[in-house]
Design a protein around this ligand. Structure first.
Ligand SMILES: Nc1ncnc2c1ncn2[C@@H]1O[C@H](COP(=O)(O)OP(=O)(O)O)[C@@H](O)[C@H]1O
Ligand SMILES: [Mg+2]
Length: 312
């Protein structure tokens, strides 16, 4: 099993590595930029530092900052089961693409418009009613998520963000939730845990960013169901959703791939993640043995390779 992420292994990767070891796997932790892949009619072959890697499954923590790593993942495709497909990762990196999926799946989410110019910004902001939230499709940690209380402020803030050539989203403000967000982890379509996140910046409507605090929280049945539906809509195996408690019930703000585990120390996140990758590996193996490729073909494909890490 390969566990890969951006840069040197962080606490989350080490946590999964230890968990995998305890279950008898031989996890191989490799930064994405040290992974190479060769692809021919025998299928994909992974390699790191000149050594072939025999991988039955991949857990990765890659986002769009690791485009090269996502290319490798795309190349192994369904041959090596992994948690979070490239498609799902790319979609979740874009808040509007996510919004499109949430709406298509009937998941409650604040009204949002993608606006290339000021005319539409003004139009939709008036429709939603001030204050409105202005954000970038690809921001993170609350950066460039801002509140506009009236039109002049909206246009001034939009101009300053546009100076950097960034498209903008205008969104209905969920005032009831100001400063509080629920980070909800769903693995394999099933709710695992939630924390309430409150901002470290007094008076700020954003719950994340420097100094934010997370504490365990219980969700209602409806909230669990909304989060699980968001996971289905996003297509993410391993997801965290931002859920706000609105006046008319829960709404999903966005979905994130490979959630940072910080704040969830009270929960065993390893078990559901490993259960899921093990299940995918089993399903993949039985598919291969049921005719997609014969065992001889699989052995032939591996011939000449010296596996560095084998698993299960
Ligand atoms: N429409 C909104 N209504 C209320 N609060 C919001 C809204 N949009 C964002 N926020 C607040 O700002 C934070 C950051 O916004 P979010 O869209 O999740 O971007 P990021 O990718 O930076 O996390 C959220 O966690 C939430 O606290
Ligand atoms: Mg967020």
């Amino acid at each position: 099993m390969i566990i890969t992420g951006e840069g040197p292994a962080n606490d989350d990767i080490r946590y999964l590595e230890e968990g995998a070891r305890r279950r008898g796997h031989l996890p191989c932790v490799v930064p994405w930029n040290e992974l190479s892949v060769a692809l021919d009619s025998r299928g994909p072959r992974l390699c790191s530092d000149g050594v072939p890697l025999e991988a039955d499954g991949i857990i990765h923590q890659m986002s769009t900052d690791a485009l090269g790593g996502l290319v490798v993942l795309g190349a192994v495709g369904e041959d090596v089961p992994h948690l979070n497909s490239v498609d799902a990762v790319l979609r979740s990196a874009d808040k509007f693409a996510t919004h499109v999926r949430l709406v298509a799946h009937g998941v409650p989410t604040p009204a949002t418009a993608f606006c290339p110019n000021d005319r539409e910004l003004r139009l939709f902001a008036r429709e939603y009613g001030y204050p409105v939230v202005l954000k970038q499709p690809d921001g993170a940690r609350g950066a460039e998520v801002t509140l506009a209380r009236e039109e002049d402020e909206l246009l001034a803030k939009a101009a300053s963000i546009r100076e950097r050539g960034i498209p903008l989203l205008v969104q209905r403000f969920v005032a009831e939730a100001a400063g509080r967000n629920h980070r909800v982890i769903v693995v394999g379509g099933k709710f695992v845990a939630a924390v309430e996140q409150t901002g470290g910046r007094p008076g700020d409507f954003r719950s994340n960013g420097p100094g934010d605090v997370c504490r365990p929280v219980a969700l209602t049945e409806e909230e669990v169901s909304v989060a699980e539906r968001a996971a289905r809509a996003s297509g993410l195996d391993l997801m965290s959703a931002d859920l706000l408690r609105g006046a008319d019930g829960p709404v999903i703000l966005e979905t994130n791939s490979f959630p940072a585990f910080g704040g969830f120390e009270h929960v065993d996140l390893c078990a559901p993640v490993l259960d899921l990758i093990e299940r995918k590996v089993r399903e993949n193996t039985s598919l291969a043995l049921s005719g997609a490729a014969s065992p001889e073909e699989i052995l032939a494909a591996a011939e000449g390779d010296e596996p560095l890490a084998a698993s299960t």
